[in-house]
Design a protein around this ligand. Structure first.
Ligand code: NAD
Ligand code: ZN
Length: 347
């Protein structure tokens, strides 16, 4: 089959690789019908985490081709959502739906290492099908199904963990798909005022169209702008959806005393300096989260189904998988207004 391979910084190709095989009785092979590019793939593409021969892709929907003997939740022929985060599938943490809590080997992320080749491919093996796969409800569109595999759950979890109270002022830093869905989730969770910071004009305009007040990060320090807009108080809840030192620092500086910062941006800096005395004196709650994707589906599917959450359309680029290299480049360089790329592996 064909699959995307990242061979080094900004070096992407579509190569012929072996078809996936079942790793055990809990696994399933999924024929990919659509997969998307995420900001997390860019960390490999840009060399934040150096890789060679990595098979990326963790936002995937498809059709089950084959299941192991122990799989009961899905069967061959089912159209499925794929959760890219899972654990052993057997321990109490996994049974509660969050691979982060896995005590049987810990969290595993599809498309992030050699043991779990990703879904920017014609097919993918999922080792714990009952934990990671779910049939796609008939009333959920293909676009929304793909979004439910990562971007929406991450935005939703970021907002869910930001202690948003009714009427609160919420700041979202970073208006990629994750930030835009965090913005919409904050509104669903009762935010009164949403401030939305980025430096890409089209993304600021999208946030404004969704009812947020744009903050242009290219025009000065985000925290200073937020303090000026809030009478010096800061934002009640701050969501960080970028993953850079500067934006994490801005998040901490922009939060109101005794309130909460919720970080979902992936920062590759193991030595990020936390201003401990400042956080202590200001009683700041700081949360970091890997989205428990499958655990968000029972919340997000009804919110979408009954129209309470209408995910804004982020797919600016729809490409055959064979054009993956240009998709990665456009996404990384944000050329041609690129906000999110959807790959069709059947073309
Ligand atoms: P993206 O690259 O599309 O969005 C990032 C946004 O941040 C862009 O709009 C960019 O313009 C903006 N930005 C960059 N520097 C900035 C600055 N200094 N000030 C203001 N804005 C700035 O990515 P995405 O797909 O929306 O993902 C966002 C982040 O979330 C990434 O770090 C990604 O790895 C992470 N992520 C985390 C999880 C999780 O489970 N925690 C899951 C998915 C994605
Ligand atoms: Zn992702």
């Amino acid at each position: 089959m064909r699959a995307v391979v990242i061979n080094g910084t900004r070096d992407v190709s579509v190569e012929k690789v072996d078809d996936p095989v079942l790793s055990g009785p809990d696994g399933a092979i999924v024929q990919v019908t659509a997969s998307a590019l995420c900001g997390s793939d860019l960390h490999f593409y840009e060399g934040d985490f150096a890789v060679s021969g990595l098979r990326p892709g963790h936002e995937v929907v498809g059709t089950v081709l084959e299941t192991g003997s122990a799989v009961s939740r899905v069967k061959a022929g089912d159209r499925v959502l794929v959760s890219p985060v899972f654990g052993c599938g057997k321990c109490a943490g996994c049974h509660a739906g969050n691979g982060i809590d896995c005590t049987g080997g810990g969290l595993r992320v599809l498309g992030s290492g050699p043991d779990l080749p990703g879904g920017h491919a014609e097919a993918v093996e999922i080792p714990v099908a009952d934990m990671a796969l779910m049939p796609i409800p008939d009333d959920i569109s293909v676009d929304n199904a793909v979004l439910l595999t990562d971007a929406l759950p991450t935005g939703w979890t970021a907002a869910s963990r930001a202690d948003i109270r009714p009427g609160a002022t919420v700041l979202v830093i970073g208006l990629g798909p994750v930030g835009l869905y965090a913005l919409q989730s904050a509104q669903v969770l009762g935010a009164g005022r949403v401030l939305a910071a980025d430096r890409v004009p089209e993304r600021l305009a999208m946030a404004e169209a969704l009812g947020a007040e744009p903050i242009d990060a290219s025009k000065g320090d985000i925290a200073q702008q937020v303090l000026a807009l809030t009478g010096g108080l800061g934002a009640d809840s701050v969501i960080e959806a970028v993953g850079h030192d500067a934006t994490m620092t801005a998040a901490i500086n922009a939060v109101r005393t005794s309130h909460t910062v919720s970080v979902v941006g992936v920062n590759a800096n193991f030595a990020f300096p936390i201003a401990a005395p400042l956080l202590l004196i200001r009683n700041v709650t700081l949360r970091f989260t890997t989205a428990p994707v499958a655990a968000t589906w029972p919340e997000l599917i009804p919110l979408i189904r009954y129209g309470r959450l209408k995910p804004v359309d982020v797919f600016t680029h729809r490409l055959p998988l064979t054009e993956a290299a240009s998709g990665y480049e456009a996404f990384a360089d944000r050329t041609d207004g690129c906000l999110k790329v959807l790959f069709d592996p059947t073309r």
